[in-house]
Design a protein. Sequence first.
Length: 118
Amino acid sequence: MDQNPYAPGSADLKENEMKKSGGFLSIIKKILIGFGVVLALIIILLVWAGITTSKTYGKFDGVAEPYIREFLRNQSPWNYELAKPQLSFSWLEVTTDEQGDKLFKYFNKLGALKSIDS
């Protein structure tokens, strides 16, 4: 009974060996946890974007469609000069008059607007 069963002996050696062999697995575990966190953040951002988009869409529900219908009825013979006051500032900023005329000539080649039904 000279030996103390609670004294560190060969158990210390085995524990150190386990730590050395577990290093690779702990790195893999940390990488997988990192991927999981990134995936969770992406899912949260997508849900947030969906909610925000639906709220924004709700503000313009019933406003945009009548405006577009009116605009298209007035553009039966596609004329860029008639449409110019109703085009957005960003459109006018990046498009020259020549490009707008060219685009509306392509629309004229398609013919008169037959229907606005969606």
